[in-house]
Design a protein around this ligand. Structure first.
Ligand code: 48H
Ligand code: FE2
Length: 264
């Protein structure tokens, strides 16, 4: 039988390398161009387009996996509906589409989240798991959101009070989905920003998709939103397991940020 020789490495070396390369990354992302909170469909699409443009982009995700609501598909069935023109983005990412009828496509949830995540990473975005964003940094003159406060999800779950670290960014994107967590904390703790959160409405899929895409974008200086968080802040209806607006609102917020950063 053939023997396979494996390079030997001890525990200390493993640990040292992990620490060294982790801290190199953290020292780099500590001043980012864009921080995206949430690695769901809208956040990862935004990350793909921002990183492709050359912006230093980091996605913080509280879970140990990416995909957000994609993985659950529709009531745990593994298919998701996508409508045009979102199919163009999925084709660009090499995600297979089954045509149900003109302009309506079916996608496998596992393929959708794996290829979306891989595309964002290949474009240059960092996706960091197990990190909870629970606050923002703000500055006056001019009033703006200037970054986020980060903590381990595990620390937060333990209920211990541990102070966070801070990451600066020219743009912070709330891609946290239905809870709109970053918009909520900014609205509560920085009332001068004038953000109010009326909450999403019940389902009305035909109109919801276009409304989400066209209302994604800047909420306040330095603060942007995409995906289901847009419904929360604009009182828009939900739409169920159709994900075109998640993809297209991620693209839209990326384009708005690219425009704003290029013109600043
Ligand atoms: C770090 C956080 C934090 C935090 C949350 O829910 P998502 O999939 O969000 P979207 O908006 O990209 O997509 C929404 C879609 O999945 C969906 O629910 C749809 C289309 N619903 C329609 C309907 O009618 O119900 O992903 C958000 C991600 C998740 O992975 C969270 O774990 C993560 O954000 N997250 N990460 N810090 N404070 N809050
Ligand atoms: Fe949902």
């Amino acid at each position: 039988m053939q023997t396979i020789n494996i390079k030997q490495v001890d525990e200390i070396k493993i640990s040292k390398y992990i620490l060294k390369y982790t801290f190199e990354d953290w020292n780099n992302i500590i001043d980012s161009d864009v921080v995206i909170v949430g690695a769901g469909p809208s956040g990862m699409t935004a990350a793909y387009f921002l990183a492709k443009e050359g912006l230093k982009t980091v996605v913080f995700e509280r879970r140990l996996s990416f995909g957000g609501g994609i993985g659950g598909g529709a009531m745990n069935f593994h298919k998701i509906v996508i409508e045009s023109p979102a199919d163009e983005v999925l084709k660009e990412l090499n995600i297979k589409l089954q045509k149900a009828e003109e302009g309506i496509y079916i996608v496998d949830s596992a393929e959708f989240m794996a290829k979306l995540g891989a595309s964002a990473i290949d474009a240059g975005a960092k996706i960091i798991h197990g990190i909870n964003v629970d606050d923002v940094i703000f500055r006056e003159d001019p009033l703006r959101v200037a970054g986020v406060a980060v903590e381990w999800t595990s620390t937060q779950m333990s209920g211990l009070h541990v102070d966070p670290l801070f990451i600066s960014a020219k743009a912070v994107v709330d891609a946290t989905g239905h809870d709109a967590e970053i918009l909520s904390v900014a609205s509560r703790k920085i009332p001068e920003l004038g953000i109010s959160i009326p909450g999403e409405k019940s389902a009305y899929s035909e109109i919801a998709e276009e409304l989400v895409v066209n209302n994604a974008g800047k909420v306040a200086p330095g603060l942007y939103t995409t995906g289901m968080a847009v419904c929360e802040i604009k009182a828009l209806p939900r739409m169920g397991p159709i994900f075109g607006a998640m993809v297209l609102s991620g693209k839209k917020v990326a384009e708005d940020i690219i425009n704003d950063l290029h013109n600043s």
